[in-house]
Write a protein that binds this ligand. Structure first.
Ligand code: RIB
Length: 300
């Protein structure tokens, strides 16, 4: 059977995004400018971007038996994500609290909830779905041991995997070596390389450490400084596409990953997929909320 969908196994969060000029000081009660409720979670965000671009996308994950879970599923269905493999958990739906400051800085806290209610046996039950996916996308907002297990299975089944190793967490070196494409931002790259990486020069200086983590493709996203593709010994800097206007940046990295996966599924070579992803994510930041801001293909 032809491989005609992307599968995302990961988190779904109900995001509460608070726009404020600055963070409060200890003991201070601070008045924010606005609050926005939005569908989030790195897994769901990446699935939504891929689906909004028009590629069939299946989401695997868990939400609670609560109104947040209902809203997340409703959103995903409206964006065209296949949610038949999103199950209900007795734990509450995951939540993301995002403080978006006037200077563009973002401080995020997540409550994992139902996202951590995933078992290896449930992965085994999805063998056919995973085997037949063109690209499998994972992040680290579900238990790391489950991600390690999926990577092991996917490698055995010959499935192309993208691991967005975010948030940065200890994961076995053996599992990382099974990843086809590792995508990290500058904070995560610094964590895994054990050295500060903030720009292209930092990626170049720590290239060997990064390449030692994953023999496949590595992409380091650097926000407004663009991204860097490390592949087969080559370093390819990819310029960012300047956004006309920045409303809020939550989910911009997820938009990049969903768009990169779309590009790979559509047969783009990886450099082209990175440039396409930069263009797509530059549009995402123009609206508040991760999923709402992500563009449909006809908006590009
Ligand atoms: O990457 C952004 C996402 O991280 C947010 O939607 C939040 O829920 C956290 O998972």
């Amino acid at each position: 059977m032809a491989k005609e969908y992307t599968c995302v196994i990961g988190s779904l969060n109900y995001d509460i995004i608070i726009k404020q000029k600055r963070l409060p000081q200890m003991g201070e009660t601070y008045t924010a400018d606005s609050i926005t409720y939005s569908g989030g979670g790195k897994g769901a965000n990446q699935a939504v971007q891929c689906a909004k671009l028009g590629y069939p996308t299946v989401m695997v994950g868990k939400v609670g038996e609560d109104s947040f879970g209902d809203k997340l599923l409703k959103n995903l269905n409206e964006y065209g994500v296949d949610c038949t493999c999103v199950k209900r958990s007795s734990l509450d739906t995951g939540v993301g609290i995002v403080h978006a400051l006037e200077d563009g800085a973002v401080y995020a806290t997540i409550i994992t909830g139902a996202n951590f209610d995933m078992k290896k046996q449930e992965i085994d039950e999805l063998e056919e779905l995973i085997k037949k996916s063109k690209v499998l996308i994972l992040q680290l907002e579900i238990p790391v041991e489950i991600v390690e297990y999926i990577l092991d299975r996917a490698k055995a089944w010959g499935v192309y995997t993208i691991l967005n190793a975010a948030p940065a967490k200890e994961i076995s070196r053996e599992a990382l070596r099974k990843v086809s494409c590792l995508i990290v931002n500058e904070t995560e790259a610094s964590f895994y390389a054990g050295a500060e990486i903030t720009d292209l020069a930092g990626v170049e200086a720590n290239r060997e450490k990064l390449e030692a983590l994953c023999p496949g493709t590595i992409i380091v996203t650097l926000g407004a400084k663009g991204s860097v593709l490390l592949e087969q010994g080559n370093v390819t800097p990819v310029e960012s596409v300047k956004a006309e206007y920045v409303a809020e940046t939550t989910g911009a990295g997820d938009s990049y990953i969903g768009a990169f996966a779309y590009g790979m599924c559509k047969g783009m070579e990886s450099g082209e997929a990175c440039r396409f992803a930069s263009r797509v994510s530059s549009l995402t930041v123009q609206k508040i909320g991760a999923q709402e801001g992500m563009p449909y293909f006809n908006e590009l």
